[in-house]
Ligand binder design. Structure first.
Ligand code: NAP
Length: 256
C-alpha cells in the first residue's frame, strides 16, 4: 500500500530512543521529513545522523519555553503536517501516595505542554486542510496498570482531550488519534520491569515471565511493530480514521 505521505513534514516528540525513535524511523522510510525531538538531541544524532530528511532538535516537555521555541521554529517554516505527541513516562507509584506537586508537574509534562504544542501547530494544518495528530498513551487508559497511578490518571485526560479535539478539526481534514502501547520492548519497559522486581523482591526474569504470560501473543512487542500503527494513522490512507484509540498490545487488554 502506498501510504501517500512522501514529502510531508512531521514532528516526533520523545524521539531519542524507544517508541519515538521507531516512529521517526518509520516516517523517514516513507519519505517524510522528520524533526525529531528529545532533551538529548545528541542521542538522536547518534542513531540518525546523516539520514536524509532528519533534523534533531533539543526541547524539554517539562519546560514550556523550549516547547514554544520549537513551535516558533517550525511555524516560521510553515509548520508540520504530522504531529506525533510522545513523552517520557512518569515514575511508578501507587495512587494513594502521589504528592500533589508531582501530579501537577507530570500533568504539565505529559499533558498540558503537549496540548499547548498541538494548539500552536494546528492552524497551518487546518488552513491546508490536511493534518495528522497521533498521540502515544498507554493500554493503562483502558485497563489501569497497578502501581502506575500517574500514567493511568494523566493519560485518561489525554484521551479525553484527543477525542474532543478530533471532533473540532475533522471538518478541516485533520485527524486526531491515540495509540495505546501494551508492553513494547524499550528502555522504559526494562526500567519498569526492574522496578517491579525490586518492589516484589523477585528477579527481573520472573517479572518478565509473569508479564508475558498475560499477553496472548506470548511476547513483548517490538518498537517497529508499534511504529507501523502510528505511521498508518499518519498516512493519507487513514484519512477517515479519527477520534479513535488503537491498541498495539498483542491482545493483552482483556476488554473488548
Ligand atoms: N514501552 C512500552 O511498553 C510503553 C507502554 C505504555 C506506555 N508507554 C509510554 O510511551 C512513551 C514512550 O515510551 P518508550 O518506551 O519509548 O519510553 P523511553 O524509552 O523512556 O523513551 C522516552 C523518550 O522520551 C524522551 N523524553 C523523556 N522526557 C522528556 C522530556 N521532558 N522532554 C522531551 N522528551 C523527553 C526521551 O529522550 P530524552 O531523555 O533525551 O529527553 C526518549 O526519547 C512513554 O511515555 C511511556 O510511558 C510505553
Amino acid at each position: 500500500m502506498d501510504l501517500g505521505i512522501t514529502g510531508r513534514r512531521a514532528l516526533v516528540m520523545g524521539a531519542s530512543r524507544g517508541l519515538g525513535r521507531a516512529i521517526a524511523e518509520g516516517l523517514l522510510a516513507e519519505g517524510v521529513a522528520v524533526t525529531a525531538v528529545a532533551r538529548n538531541a545528541e542521542a538522536i544524532e547518534a542513531w540518525g545522523g546523516g539520514i536524509a530528511g532528519l533534523t534533531a532538535v533539543s526541547a524539554d516537555l517539562s519546560d514550556v519555553a523550549t516547547i514554544d521555541a520549537l513551535a516558533d521554529r517550525l511555524l516560521a517554516d510553515g509548520g508540520v503536517d504530522i504531529l506525533v505527541n510522545n513523552s517520557g513516562g512518569p515514575p511508578p507509584g501507587p495512587a494513594a501516595s502521589v504528592a500533589r506537586g508531582i501530579w501537577l508537574a507530570q500533568f504539565e509534562t505529559m499533558a498540558a505542554n503537549l496540548f499547548h504544542l498541538t494548539g500552536r501547530l494546528l492552524p497551518p494544518m487546518r488552513e491546508r486542510r490536511w493534518g495528522r495528530v497521533v498521540t502515544v498513551a498507554s493500554s493503562g487508559v483502558e485497563q489501569p496498570i497497578a502501581n502506575l497511578a500517574l500514567s493511568n490518571g494523566i493519560r485518561a485526560a489525554v484521551v479525553g482531550w484527543s477525542k474532543t479535539l478530533a471532533g473540532e478539526v475533522a471538518g478541516d481534514g485533520v485527524t486526531v488519534n491515540v495509540v495505546l502501547p501494551g508492553r513494547i520492548e524499550t528502555t522504559r519497559l526494562a526500567e519498569l520491569d526492574a522496578a517491579n522486581a525490586t518492589r516484589s523482591g523477585t528477579s527481573v526474569e520472573a517479572v518478565q515471565k509473569a508479564s508475558i504470560a498475560a499477553i496472548p501473543a506470548g511476547r513483548y512487542g517490538q518498537p517497529a511493530e508499534f511504529a507501523a500503527a502510528v505511521v498508518f494513522l499518519a498516512s493519507q490512507q487513514a484519512s477517515y480514521v479519527t477520534g479513535t484509540k488503537l491498541r498495539v498490545d498483542g491482545g493483552a487488554t482483556r476488554a473488548i
